[in-house]
Design a binder for this molecule. Structure first.
Ligand code: C2E
Ligand code: MG
Ligand code: MG
Length: 606
């Protein structure tokens, strides 16, 4: 009975066994296939990655920088397209040769010795160098040379990268060329005018010929500017300049020194100082009379008057700045005594002003105002501290009138320290507030102050006393600081930088700084001078300067801020050209600290 059942069970077991074996085999096969597919995918990925890396390397090789690779002996192995474009040579002409073939003869043997010594010692060299293109043209380039070593430390290659900076150089020249003339009137600007006074002083030394400096300030210019607009203001200045120009001889120099301040230099007068004075007075009244007729600006017409300050140039031992200061003092006396006045400088003015300035510190007449600096969205990012003098009779006096005198008397050191301390105290106070602790304060430092021997000590003591967060402090220096004793200035900057302080180069574009030197300074920001910003829409030349300044800042990895932005169109232009920080009347005038704090509060609730 059971035999048939057993047979069936046996067959069933056999069948099940076969099925189990088949299943196991199938599963193994499937797993193998999976593993294989995975391996395949991995290999494809690896290959793609290698290809991508090769592509990146190739792309990196074809950048805007010229690249040249040599073997350990210095023979050229490979150059990229940019290199060929810059130099004009083809692969065949350079491979296997020595890079000496590009040398311009511009640098001496000692230069190259220094270069190679640096490569040997540190593995690197970087600097400006003149080379020669195939067509014989010499050109400046920024060159870096790096030595490449293998895993065992053996030298295998040199890699040189270069960028052609001839365009940058040309732009640099253009900046300085254009910086001599006032873009609105086409007459000389302050810098050229100071130059001319210098020449007149030399002339005085040689031939004993006197001169006169006449400063003219339009009395109600701000009124015209505010009521008829900025454009009308410019037109008015142009007409005034033209009228003044007609009253003068070819040998006289007419300049616009500031917003509504003109200056005339009369040179080579053959008479005594007394006669010179009479002549200058005569010319001054002629200039005033030139304004008697109304001036048409657009549809309207405006009537303006002016005040005049005069000083006689009769002592070649004095400097151009001294004379400008004297003229300024005479001018401020003229303005103080009502419209259409003419005043001569006399030494008692200087004595009086000087003694008043000495007392200002002790009578607490200094005030610090703050002008907003904003980002692209109009958010406040910082302020610039600007000094004001609360004069008991004259009211609030602008720094243009007293900074030069503070500098010439050395008082700038004490007053400058007061400014820094005040600003640092403000930073320390803001540090506790989440709304205010991100604001930076920029403080102007006079070159004379910076050059003082104990400058660093004084500054560090201020930091000690105030415990200000130094990352929020920016010091504004001007290019004149680097005309003399640049290495000293640089060293001092580096010491301050080590404490966290940042540096901004003020009034950029109006000085003489060499780009090669600028690149070595520990700067953080370039500040485009307001004279360029204000003409950016009207003058192509100014636009070009601002554009190249922004490009320059980028190439030196510096921030850039535009000052003197007055209308939205200027801001829009700047933004379109890559400048994203602004300062100017459009965003706010210099105001008290309370007003700044109130503005921040208002912004945070908006
Ligand atoms: P700066 O450092 O170039 O300051 C900018 C000047 O431009 C300020 O004049 C400011 O009021 C003015 N400004 C700002 N926005 C506009 C604008 O949109 N349009 C126009 N037309 N002007 C604008 P401020 O306050 O009269 O100062 C003149 C100069 O005096 C400063 O030029 C700076 O060189 C110097 N200065 C001011 N405070 C100090 C200071 O504490 N120490 C030193 N050493 N110099 C100072
Ligand atoms: Mg400044
Ligand atoms: Mg400035």
């Amino acid at each position: 009975l059971l035999a048939a059942w057993r047979q069936r069970a046996l067959i069933l077991t056999l069948v099940m066994g076969v099925i189990a074996l088949l299943g196991a085999w199938g599963a193994r096969h499937y797993l193998n296939r999976l593993a294989l597919a995975h391996q395949l995918r991995q290999r494809i990925e690896e290959r793609e990655q290698a290809r991508a890396e090769a592509q990146i390397a190739a792309a990196a090789f074809q950048t805007h920088l010229g690249i040249l690779i040599t073997d350990a002996e210095g023979f050229i192995l490979k150059v990229n397209d940019t290199f060929k474009r810059i130099t004009g040579y083809s692969d065949e002409e350079v491979i296997g040769k020595n890079p000496r073939m590009f040398s311009s003869g511009h640098h001496n043997a000692a230069f190259y010795r220094r270069l190679w010594r640096s490569v040997m010692a540190t593995g690197n060299w970087e600097g400006e160098i003149w080379n020669q293109r195939k067509n014989g043209e010499l050109f400046p380039e920024w060159l870096t040379i790096s030595a490449v070593y293998d895993a065992d430390g053996n030298l295998t290659n040199y890699v040189a990268t270069m960028s052609d900076i001839s365009e940058r150089k040309a732009a640099e020249q253009e900046i300085h060329q254009l910086a001599f003339y006032d873009p609105i009137t086409g007459f000389a600007n302050r810098r050229l005018f100071i130059d001319r006074i210098g020449t007149a002083l030399k002339e005085l030394n040689r031939h004993q010929r006197c001169g006169a400096l006449i400063l003219i300030d339009i009395d109600n210019f701000n009124h015209v500017n505010d009521t008829l607009g900025h454009h009308a203001g410019d037109q008015l200045l142009q007409s005034v300049a033209r009228r003044f120009g007609r009253m003068l001889r070819d040998t006289d120099t007419l300049a616009r020194l500031g917003s509504d301040e003109f200056a005339v230099l009369i040179e080579g007068i053959d008479g005594s100082p007394r006669q010179t004075q009479q002549l200058a007075e005569h010319i001054a009244y002629k200039l005033l009379a030139a304004l008697d007729e109304p001036i048409s600006v657009g549809e309207e017409s405006a009537l303006v008057t002016a005040s005049v300050g005069i000083t006689i140039i009769a002592d070649s031992q004095r400097s151009a700045d001294d004379y400008l200061q004297q003229g300024d003092m005479a001018l401020s006396q003229a303005k103080a005594s009502g419209r259409r006045a003419v005043r001569f400088f006399d030494p008692s003015m200087k004595v009086k002003l000087e003694s008043e300035l000495r007392q200002a510190l002790e009578h607490q007449q200094w005030r610090l105002h703050y002008q907003p600096q904003v980002d692209r969205r109009g958010r406040l990012i910082g302020v610039e501290a600007l000094l004001r003098w609360q004069h008991p009779e004259r009211g609030l006096v602008s720094p243009g009138e007293f900074i030069p005198l503070l500098e010439s008397t050395g008082l700038i050191n004490d007053v400058g320290e007061w400014v820094l301390e005040e600003a640092c105290q403000q930073l320390a106070q803001w540090a506790g507030s989440p709304l205010l602790n991100r604001l930076t304060i920029s403080v102007n430092i006079s070159p004379l102050q910076f050059r003082e021997n104990n400058f660093l000590q004084r500054v560090e003591q201020v930091f000690q006393r105030t415990q200000a967060p130094l990352e929020q402090l920016k010091l504004e220096v001007t290019e004149t600081l680097f005309v003399e004793a640049r290495d000293d200035a640089r060293d001092k900057m580096l010491s301050l930088k080590a404490l966290g302080v940042r540096f901004s180069l003020d009034d950029f574009g109006t000085g003489y700084s060499s780009l090669a030197y600028l690149a070595q300074l520990p700067l953080d920001q370039l500040k485009i001078d307001q004279s360029f910003v204000q003409q950016v829409l009207e003058s192509k030349a100014n636009a070009a300067i601002v554009e190249s300044t922004i490009a320059l800042a980028k190439s030196l990895s510096l921030d850039v801020i535009a000052e003197g932005v007055e209308v939205e169109a200027q801001q829009a232009w700047l933004m379109a050209h890559g400048c994203h920080a602004f300062q100017g009347y459009l965003f706010g005038r210099p105001v008290s600290v309370n007003d700044i704090e109130a503005a921040v509060l208002a912004q945070s609730y908006a």
